[in-house]
Ligand binder design. Structure first.
Ligand code: IMP
Length: 416
């Protein structure tokens, strides 16, 4: 098994960064395939915390190639800042390539997201409006930065249109063409060296026997097609996005679902096992459940096995990574949601996405554990109740849990 896809099983923030970081040692290339700087991947290296919003997590591994695939929406200013921040921290950076076919987030996308994204509770980074521009074929592709004359002309046309909308519909001040042109001229100059057809690049690398890790952002339940629509992001974090977002289809691909030992969600939308009590406070405080991108407190609740079975089905997870198990330490009794009651009828599996908003969770109780597990390096060293929790999830979903996160550090992981 050479290639991996690391995919969030819930609403993002599952701790994918840590699993990607661990697996990066086994591959040659790390590729992001969807989303943009709405993501926030945290990796702790030698006590230093790195949060990447746009760059693939592999960027801190000097000997790797990192790729921003065609499926992303790219804020060029953020990309430049992230590269600069790494340089300033004295981190040597991996080689980076940026797809010519990725879509640019333009300044008005961020303004429109700020105005329109409130209902969904978006990250206001311009993600939705940028994807809208791609689908409606008005978008700017990264490669257009390389044909400056045509870019300037198209920019003028679009700013004229956007200014009309901003002023007439939203009473917003006009955008300045000259200022934006100058800004993008700098991006074109600074980023041109990274731009190429990354699909060709990845195919060639695969032919040479190189291994690829596909790094998902957000999670399956935020998928525009398979999530809790309309409370979703505008891309495909689930398995399909791997292929459309990179233009390659490796023959051998191990699909890893990342799931937290409990559930969280940022932004609005249904969340059947959400809690608003001392348990959710414990999870938020101990798990540092505040958005890596926006700092918003995350909504917290018990693990939902109905949804995990569903996202396992959608993605065909080969194995699971269970993260932040240590956060549950100290709770006397744990609950897991094993079924839903919807309109008086009981379900063990999700029959309709529409049920999620109406579901009353049916719980089973499991005994908790009190021992610190951060120093456990093998499954056998975990307390008995802790092992029972892991095995319960495996049985319920029918997929092995291969990786277990027992603390925030990059080495605090058990591999079975
Ligand atoms: P957008 O992706 O900014 O359009 O936001 C759409 C929804 O996805 C909102 O509910 C966000 O809170 C959520 N979201 C976007 N990115 C992330 C992420 O990386 N982690 C968790 N939630 C996210």
């Amino acid at each position: 098994m050479k290639n991996y896809a690391v995919i969030g099983a819930f609403w993002g923030d599952e701790g994918k960064g840590k699993i990607v970081d661990y697996l990066t040692g086994q591959v040659d290339i790390v590729v992001r395939y969807q989303g943009g700087n709405n993501a926030g991947h945290t990796v702790v290296v030698a006590g230093k915390k790195f949060v990447f919003h746009l760059l693939p997590t592999g960027i801190i591994h000097m000997d790797k190639l990192c790729v921003i695939g065609n499926g992303l929406v790219v804020d060029p200013g953020v990309l430049m800042e992230e590269i600069k921040a790494l340089e300033q921290q004295g981190m040597a950076m991996a080689e980076l390539k940026l797809s010519e076919s990725a879509t640019l987030i333009m300044p008005w996308h961020k303004i429109l997201d700020g105005i329109e994204g409130g209902k969904v509770g978006t990250t206001k980074r311009g993600i939705g409006p940028a994807y809208e521009s791609k689908i409606s074929r008005r978008g700017f592709k990264v490669g257009e930065l390389l044909a400056w004359e045509a870019f300037s002309k198209k920019l003028k046309e679009q700013i004229d249109e956007v200014n009309w909308l901003l002023e007439q519909k939203y009473g917003h001040s006009k955008l300045d063409y000259g200022q934006i042109l100058t800004e993008f001229e700098l991006y074109a100059e600074k980023l041109s060296g990274y731009i190429c057809n990354t699909s060709v690049l990845l195919h060639d690398a695969m032919k040479e026997g190189k291994a690829i890790l596909f790094e998902g952002a957000q999670g399956t339940l935020l998928d525009i097609d398979h999530g809790t629509y309309p409370f979703v992001t505008s891309s495909n974090p689930s398995i399909g996005g791997v292929f459309t977002g990179t233009g390659v289809r490796p023959k051998v691909l191990r699909v890893i679902g990342v799931v937290k030992a409990y559930s969280t969600r940022v932004g609005n939308g249904p969340f059947p096992t959400e809690l608003n009590d001392e348990i959710s406070e414990h999870l938020r405080a101990k798990g540092h459940e505040y958005g890596a991108t926006t700092g918003r407190p995350r909504r917290c609740g018990w693990l939902d096995l109905v949804l995990l079975r569903y996202t396992t089905m959608v993605n065909g997870f080969d194995e699971l990574a269970l993260t932040k198990l240590d956060v549950l330490t100290g709770l006397k009794r744990l609950k897991v949601c094993t079924g839903y009651e919807v309109d008086g009828k009981k379900y063990q599996q999700l029959d309709s996405l529409l049920h999620i908003a109406k579901a009353k969770p049916i719980y089973e109780e499991i005994e908790g554990w009190q021992e610190d597990i951060a120093r456990c390096t093998s499954f056998d060293q975990l307390p008995k109740q802790c092992r029972a929790y892991v095995e319960y999830i495996e049985r319920a979903v029918g997929v092995p849990i291969r990786y277990i996160g027992v603390g925030p550090g990059r080495r605090e992981i058990i591999v079975r």
